[in-house]
Design a protein around this ligand. Structure first.
Ligand SMILES: Cc1ncc(COP(=O)(O)O)c(C=O)c1O
Length: 388
C-alpha cells in the first residue's frame, strides 16, 4: 500500500497553498484546503525517475520522445478506453495557458465562447482577457444536490453563434463525472451548431467507485474536439508544468501547432516530461489507491458534517478531490464565510468565484490527520457566522 498519511513538508517551500496564508489570508497557522494540489507526496516511482534524471546532471533542451508519447497513449488507452494515435498528442505547459492559446487561435475578438457555471474560474478569465464574449450556461442543481446540464438550454445558447465551448469533465467544482449520454449530447450539439468543443479533462483519473469517466474524445465527433489532459492533478506534479492536448483532427492540430510556433510558445521542461512518462508508466496502482483514499476522506468529511453541521448540504462527489458544500442555510455569503473559517483555522475556497455564492469548496487531497484537524475549524468558522 502507498502512503497517503504522511504529510508532505510544504510550508516554506514556496508552495502557494501554504506560503501565502499569512500575507493573503491573515492567518499563517490556518490549515489550507484551497488550491487544488495534494498535501501528500507524489508516487515514489515518479520521484525516483526525477532523481535518476537529476543524477545524469544535464538539463539541456529536450523534446518529447517516442517513449513519452507511447506512455501517454497507453495511459489513455488503458484508463480511458480511447485508442489514440501518438501523433495526436501535443504537449503543453499547463491547461490554463493552453486554453488561452486555444481560445485565441480558434476564435476572433468578440466571438462567443460558452462555459457551464459554476465552474473553475480561469475559464471565464481566459475568455474575457482574450476579448471574447462569455456565454454562461448554468448547470442545474437538483433536490439531492446533484448538478445536471439543461440540454435544451445549452442547445439554445449554442445556436446563438457560439464558436467554442469549454467543457469541464469531470467537473470542478460540482464534482460531476458526466455520463456517456451527457458527453455525447454535448459533443453532438457542438458539432451540429459549429462550436469547437474543448474538453478540459485534467481531473479524469480521479473518479470515485461506481463512476466511470467518458472522454469527449470517444463521442464520435473527432473532427470537432480537443481534449486537454495532464498528469498534474492525479500525481501532484502541477509545479512541473507538463500537460498534453489530444487533437485527432489533422487540420485543428496543425493550426494550433503553427499558431503556437509563431508566438514562440514552448514545450514542457525536461523534468516535467520525465515525471509525466514515469507517472503514466508506473502510476496505475498509486492512482487507484489515491482514489480510495479520497473516497475515505470524503466519508470522514460527510460524517463530520452530518453530525456537527447538518444544515450544510453536501454535493455528491463523483469525481475530482474537491467537495462542494452548500452553506447557504447560514445566511452568510461565501466570501464572508471563508473569512470566518480562515480566522477559525481552515482555508477553503469561496464559491462565489466559481459563480455560486452560498457555496464553499474543500480540497480532500490531504493526509487524513490534516483533514481531521481542519474540520473542527470549519465548524468553528461556520458557528461564528451564527453569532454574527
Ligand atoms: C478544471 C481545471 N482545469 C485546469 C486546472 C489548472 O491546470 P494547469 O495548472 O495545468 O493550468 C485546474 C486546477 O485546479 C482545474 O481544476
Amino acid at each position: 500500500m502507498y502512503d497517503f498519511d504522511t504529510p508532505a513538508p510544504r510550508a516554506g517551500t514556496g508552495a502557494i497553498k501554504w506560503d501565502i496564508r499569512g500575507s493573503d489570508f491573515g492567518n499563517s497557522r490556518a490549515l489550507p484546503f484551497w488550491v487544488a494540489d495534494s498535501d501528500y507526496m507524489s508516487p515514489p516511482e515518479v520521484v525516483e525517475a526525477i532523481r535518476d534524471a537529476a543524477e545524469r546532471c544535464v538539463f539541456g533542451y529536450t523534446s518529447p520522445t517516442g517513449e513519452y508519447r507511447r506512455a501517454v497513449r497507453e495511459w489513455i488507452r488503458g484508463r480511458h478506453g480511447w485508442d489514440i494515435d501518438e501523433g495526436w498528442i501535443v504537449p503543453s505547459t499547463g491547461i490554463v495557458s493552453e486554453l488561452s492559446n486555444i481560445v485565441r487561435c480558434f476564435t476572433s475578438p468578440g466571438d462567443k465562447v460558452l462555459i457551464q457555471t459554476p465552474v473553475y474560474d480561469p475559464f471565464a478569465g481566459v475568455v474575457k482577457s482574450a476579448g471574447r464574449t462569455l456565454v454562461e450556461n448554468r448547470l442545474r442543481r437538483g433536490e439531492d444536490g446533484r448538478y445536471t446540464m439543461d440540454l435544451q438550454d445549452l442547445e439554445r445558447d449554442l445556436k446563438s453563434d457560439v464558436k467554442l465551448m469549454i467543457l469541464c469533465s469531470p467537473h470542478n467544482p460540482v464534482g460531476r463525472v458526466w455520463t456517456e449520454g451527457e458527453v455525447r449530447s454535448v459533443a453532438e450539439l457542438c458539432a451540429r451548431y459549429g462550436a469547437l468543443l474543448v474538453s478540459d479533462e485534467i481531473h479524469w483519473d480521479i473518479v470515485m467507485p461506481g463512476y466511470e469517466h467518458f472522454t469527449a474524445g470517444n463521442a464520435g465527433t473527432e473532427d470537432n474536439v480537443i481534449v486537454l489532459t495532464a498528469p498534474s492533478k492525479t500525481f501532484n506534479i502541477a509545479g512541473l508544468k507538463c500537460s498534453n492536448d489530444v487533437i485527432p483532427s489533422d487540420s485543428l492540430r496543425r493550426k494550433l501547432i503553427s499558431w503556437k510556433e509563431n508566438r514562440h510558445i514552448e514545450t514542457p521542461n525536461s523534468l516535467g516530461l520525465v515525471a509525466c512518462q514515469a507517472a503514466y508508466t508506473y502510476g496505475g496502482r498509486w492512482c487507484d489507491e489515491q482514489n480510495a483514499y479520497i473516497k475515505e476522506n470524503e466519508g470522514v468529511t460527510r460524517r463530520f458534517l452530518a453530525e456537527r453541521l447538518p444544515e450544510v448540504n453536501v454535493t455528491p462527489l463523483e469525481g475530482t478531490y474537491l467537495m462542494w458544500l452548500d452553506i447557504s442555510a447560514s445566511g452568510v455569503g461565501s466570501k464572508e464565510m471563508c473569512r470566518r473559517m480562515t480566522a477559525a483555522g481552515a482555508i477553503l475556497n469561496d464559491g462565489a468565484r466559481y459563480g455560486d455564492d452560498g457555496f464553499v469548496r474543500l480540497n480532500l487531497a490531504c493526509p487524513r490527520s490534516q483533514l481531521e484537524a481542519g474540520l473542527p475549524a470549519v465548524e468553528r468558522g461556520y458557528r461564528l457566522s451564527e453569532k454574527a
